[in-house]
Design a protein around this ligand. Structure first.
Ligand code: ZN
Length: 187
């Protein structure tokens, strides 16, 4: 997800990875769980946080940087508050409220496109931490929207999949054009 005009954080030992832009077959895949937390996974988590802050965004999922595994990063802290970087490995929604909430969503893989998406207002999420521990949280508000959006990415689902076909096709056409323009600019 996107945070327009958000804060930048720079760190050493982190690499900003290129973000895949829709349409891309890798963004349509259901990816496998992380089997073991290795140095490679720790590096991926660091890189994803750096990439997310650089974008700037409030959430990023592995497949968006071509890492085809179940890992997401998030920072849903208020813009003027302290940063709250989170890494969720193998996240799972174990409970959703019946109450729904509509939020105008954007996506780092679908630049500059926004649309209202309705999702459960509250969710309970379980995940594995980078240290290998179990964690869980019950979230509402932006956290709930963001974690659902990011977990969708792990299942090959984009926020535009919730929109009416015409709107989705219009956005996809714009992204095809954007990718063509970027490819041309890169020579
Ligand atoms: Zn997204």
């Amino acid at each position: 997800m996107l945070r327009p005009g958000g804060a930048w954080i720079t760190s050493t030992g982190m690499t900003i990875r290129p973000i895949l832009i829709h349409p891309d077959p890798r963004l349509k895949k259901t990816v496998d769980p992380v089997a073991e937390i290795t140095d490679e996974i720790r590096q991926l988590a660091d890189d994803m946080l750096a990439t997310m802050y650089d974008a700037p965004g409030i959430g990023l999922a592995g497949p968006q940087v071509a890492a085809m595994t179940r890992i997401i990063t998030m920072d849903c802290a208020p813009k003027d508050g302290e940063p709250d970087p989170m890494v969720l490995i193998n996240p799972e929604i174990v409970w959703s409220s019946e109450e729904m909430n509509t939020y105008e969503e954007g996506c780092l893989s679908i630049p500059e496109m926004y649309a209202d998406v309705e999702r459960p207002a509250e969710v309970e999420v379980r995940w594995t931490t980078l240290e290998g521990g179990d964690a869980s949280a019950r979230w509402g508000g932006l956290h709930a929207t963001c974690v659902q959006h990011e977990i969708d990415h792990l299942n090959g689902k984009l926020f535009i999949d919730y929109l009416k076909p015409l709107k989705r096709q219009m956005i996809t056409r714009k992204m095809v054009k954007l990718k063509r323009e970027r490819a041309r600019a890169e020579g």
